[in-house]
Ligand binder design. Structure first.
Ligand code: SF4
Length: 511
């Protein structure tokens, strides 16, 4: 355990995220409540303790360490002291630093604090983090917004290196992606357009790394009709509430939408067609996802409704791993469903892969990538395993003891080379909490095959209206402000409380 005590509650989240990036397997406790931390330390001696002190001089008191650079002494100059201690409660600090700040400028204060903390932890651990002090899930938002303000590439590079201490490789990647995003989103109507997400929260079985609160279809078969009915009600409301807006993309995800029967799928897609104006649609995606849910009849149904993009996700081509992670489909099923979809005319198929799965070594990832190259999908999304609290992998960690669970730069590089050899470019990127090895998820696509919805979702520039259990709608206002509204995750509660979900949406969407 690591404890970090503060003299005032400020920047706790940022401090926690940065410390966690250096020590992903450790519990990190950050608090301004000294008594609480003391109690925790009595229960378990931390191997590292930190003290962060925000010092705001009294009015008139001279500031000993002047803030330099543009904007110095704008309003509230002061300093932040950071001390690092080993485990012993009474030991003297093993390192200490003071950083001058101007509390008036909250962002600059946060950046200075994080840089100082980063450098101290980097020295202590001997590690450098590829993303530097950037701990958020959308690092590409930085270059995208700077490009949007007319700032040149070189200046952006310098800014990301100086402000966030990001490595050249990550700066290059985020700039490349930002350029792609800007190109792909040119022409998207942010003001009058929106995207629609529809969630089907059922799966053939629950994968051990899943954190989406999906339900096994076998147990819920008897409630699927009631779920679709409630979802239909929500779609009816949404179509009316958004009738003056242009629908730019539809994404049906989950869960696994193809756990629905062909008839249920047909009814759902017919509902969407009959209620929404699809004439402005740039993309219509259905995440077929699990190969064990895909049949010829279902693909035929998707084709007949004009679905332009599907995703078939093998995650790995190693059978032993698929068995370990509870996906209950075979490698052969992934390959067969891919070819079946191609035969039926799907010209835009994405495949998802995960690196860092339990027991997988570099040669296993290489083998998966070889097989992916043979299939030659149109886009590839490479995830680095993130173990979230709720996932079985974390809850039953002992079952996986002895198995390696690590992605590596080599594996991520191999995936990137594979995508490039298939003629793809990286076009979207996001990071998750607890991501193995501090990596990222990257979407690659051939020209014209990128998933527009994915970028819109990540960049938070356009409103996304989301229907179904566990979905989150986001309303993006012209000034960039974002308001969210969540549906309950539990399927039974969603069905029972559908009127309340609609009411929440009404509040979000009304002017
Ligand atoms: S297919 Fe996806 S949503 Fe379904 S259980 Fe597996 S990880 Fe979760």
């Amino acid at each position: 355990m690591i404890t970090i005590s503060l003299n005032e509650a400020n920047f706790e989240y940022d401090i926690h995220s940065l410390a966690k990036s250096f020590f992903p397997k450790e519990e990190v406790k950050v608090s301004a409540d000294k008594g609480r931390l003391q109690k925790l330390e009595e229960g378990e001696a931390p191997f590292l303790r930190m003290e962060i002190t925000y010092r705001r001089p009294e009015e008139g008191e001279p500031v000993e360490v002047p803030l330099d650079g543009p904007g110095a002494h704008r309003g509230s100059p002061g300093e932040i002291g950071i001390r690092l201690y080993g485990g012993e409660a009474d030991a003297s600090p093993i390192a200490q630093e003071t950083v001058p700040v101007d509390f008036w400028d909250r962002k600059d204060t946060k950046d200075r604090l994080k840089r100082c903390l980063y450098q101290m932890l980097s020295q202590y651990t001997g590690q450098k983090l590829p993303w530097g002090t950037l701990t958020g899930i959308r690092p590409t938002k930085i270059p995208t917004s700077l490009f949007g303000r007319g700032i040149g590439e070189e200046e952006i590079r310098e800014y990301m290196a100086d402000t966030y201490l990001a490595t050249e490789a990550k700066i290059n990647l985020s700039i490349e992606i930002a350029k792609q995003e800007i190109k792909l989103l040119r022409g998207v109507d942010y003001k009058d357009g929106y995207s629609l997400y529809i969630g089907i929260p059922f799966c053939p079985s629950i994968c051990s790394y899943c954190s989406f609160s999906s339900s096994p279809i076998g147990l819920w078969e008897g409630r699927v009709e009631a779920y679709l009915e409630a979802l239909g009600k929500e779609l009816d409301f949404t179509s009316k509430a958004c009738r003056d807006k242009k629908l730019n993309s539809v994404y049906i995800g989950g869960g696994t939408p193809t756990t629905l029967s062909p008839n249920q799928l047909d009814r759902l897609l017919t509902k969407v067609e009959s209620k929404f104006n699809l004439s402005n649609l740039a993309e219509y995606t259905v995440e077929a996802g699990r190969p064990d849910s895909i049949t010829k009849e279902k693909l035929k149904t998707l084709r007949s409704h004009g679905i332009s993009r599907i995703s078939i996700n093998p995650q790995t081509m190693k059978q032993e791993t698929l068995d370990i992670i509870g996906r209950r489909h075979t490698v052969a099923q992934a390959i067969e469903s891919f070819w079946l979809a191609r035969e039926m005319g799907f010209g835009n198929i994405n495949m998802d892969l995960i690196v860092g799965l339990p027991g997988e070594r570099t040669e296993d990832v290489a083998n998966t990538l070889r097989q992916i190259e043979e299939l030659s999908p149109d886009s590839l999304t490479v995830h680095s395993l993130a173990i979230k609290r709720a996932a079985k992998l974390k809850m039953f960690a002992e079952d996986y003891a002895g198995l390696t669970m690590e992605s590596s730069w080599e594996q991520m590089d191999m995936a990137s080379r594979c995508a490039k050899s298939l003629g793809m470019l990286p076009y979207y990127l996001y990071r998750q909490k607890n991501m193995a090895g501090n990596f990222e998820n990257v979407g690659y696509a051939r020209p014209g095959k990128a998933g527009i919805y994915n970028i819109l979702m990540m960049e938070e520039k356009q409103s996304i209206v989301a229907c179904g259990a566990g979905s989150v709608s986001k309303r993006v206002y012209p000034d960039g402000r974002i308001e969210r509204c969540e549906n309950v995750k539990d399927v039974a509660s969603f069905i029972e409380r559908i009127d309340e979900m609609i009411e929440r949406k009404r509040k979000l969407l009304e002017d």
